[in-house]
Design a binder for this molecule. Structure first.
Ligand SMILES: O=C(O)CCC(=O)C(=O)O
Ligand SMILES: [Fe+2]
Length: 350
């Protein structure tokens, strides 16, 4: 029997049958990296495809993305070696209440424990965030990555991977800006002094996969997520059309991209951050690596004025990203009796 902390309420338990048909859109990015990458026609086709995927689905997969496969192979290999260490070793780089970076195996999503262990690091070393989630006038806290001694290549493999994916993430951000009829570089300024972090997710086999989840249902808080997954599968997306949970099929050398809460707010709900979760299985362990593109802590998040109209007024009050991030980090540290902060808390009453 799994510990009761992992058991989902019956309405949130995964179904045994899986809907795979009509998954999420697949987008080929080869035109970005080929010699005709400046051809306006091929770019506008791609922009339209990305816009439609963001609008209809909130999720898509990309192939021919230009991130060298070798970067992914290296981080995966390091991650597998790290997670295979005894708990006592991994605990030497355990996160704590002050510093949310490093190893962690007791995350609670929606106040139920996830069947997973993670390792978090930031791209920028160090990263600065406010010390508490109280909004006003505080000194910054310095977040330092916690690197394990073993495997020795962990740090380099992680940072090089993150640098490679960062380029893709900013390229996608430009395409998303264009798809909203904004200049390609409209969003770039929000990321000066970014808080980007990357997570290694390890889902061990679970004896009762129908009762627990690898990650409970949630929406990603950042602007954009670029996720690598191995060939096991388990990610499910809540389909906008009918609310059905749909499995995302692993495709070799692809990334899963999803719009996060910040793009939902910037776009004033033109693009929505879609709920997703991870189903575990009793046979195989699974590895996934989300890269969270997140702005500078000082950014005030609110609908972009170019996207507003008289009959389409702002749907959100502004909030501070550093405060939001800090509240989330504080709240997923331990089980709480209440829901953590969500963007709908900033919704303007209609
Ligand atoms: O493992 C996955 O496929 C997704 C993980 C996820 O959604 C997250 O870490 O936010
Ligand atoms: Fe997620």
């Amino acid at each position: 029997m799994v510990d009761s902390a992992f058991i989902q309420a019956s309405e949130h338990r995964p179904k045994v049958s899986i809907v795979e048909a009509g998954g999420i859109p697949l987008i080929d990015l080869s035109s970005l990296n080929s010699s005709n990458s400046n051809d306006p026609e091929s770019l506008s086709g791609l922009v339209a495809e990305i816009g439609a995927a963001c609008k209809d689905c909130g999720f898509f997969q990309v192939i021919n993305h230009g991130v060298p496969l070798q970067l992914q192979e290296r981080i995966e290999s390091a991650a597998r070696k790290f997670f295979a260490l005894p708990l006592e070793e991994k605990s030497k780089v355990r996160r704590d209440e002050e510093n949310p970076l490093g190893y962690y195996d007791t995350e609670h999503t929606k106040n139920v424990r996830d069947w997973k262990e993670v390792f978090d690091f930031t791209l920028e070393e160090p990263t600065f965030i406010p010390p508490s989630h109280e909004p006003q006038g505080q000194e910054l806290q310095t977040l330092n990555n916690r690197w394990p001694h073993y495997p020795p290549e962990m740090r380099e493999a992680c940072i090089e991977y993150a640098r490679g994916v960062e380029k893709l993430a900013y390229k996608l951000l430009e395409l998303i800006s264009l798809s909203l009829n904004l200049p390609a570089d409209r969003l770039k300024g929000f990321f000066k002094g970014e808080t980007i972090f990357v997570r290694l997710n390890h889902y061990p086999p679970c004896p009762e996969p129908h009762l627990a989840l690898g990650v409970g249902r949630h929406k990603d808080a950042g602007a954009l997520t670029v996720l690598a997954q191995d060939d096991v599968g388990g990610l499910e997306v809540k389909r906008k059309a009918d609310g059905e949970w749909v499995r995302v099929k692993p495709i070799p050398n692809s990334y899963v991209i999803n719009v996060g809460d910040i793009i939902q707010v910037w776009s004033n709900d033109k693009y929505e951050s879609v709920e997703h979760r991870v189903v575990v299985n009793s046979q195989k362990e699974r590895l996934s690596i989300p890269f969270f593109l997140t702005p500078a802590f000082s950014v005030m998040v609110k609908p972009l004025k170019e996207l507003l109209q008289e009959d389409d007024p702002p749907k959100y009050k502004e909030f501070n990203w550093g405060w939001f991030l800090k509240s989330r980090k504080d709240s997923n540290f331990k089980k709480l009796g209440v829901e953590n902060v969500q963007i709908y808390h900033f919704r303007v009453a209609e």
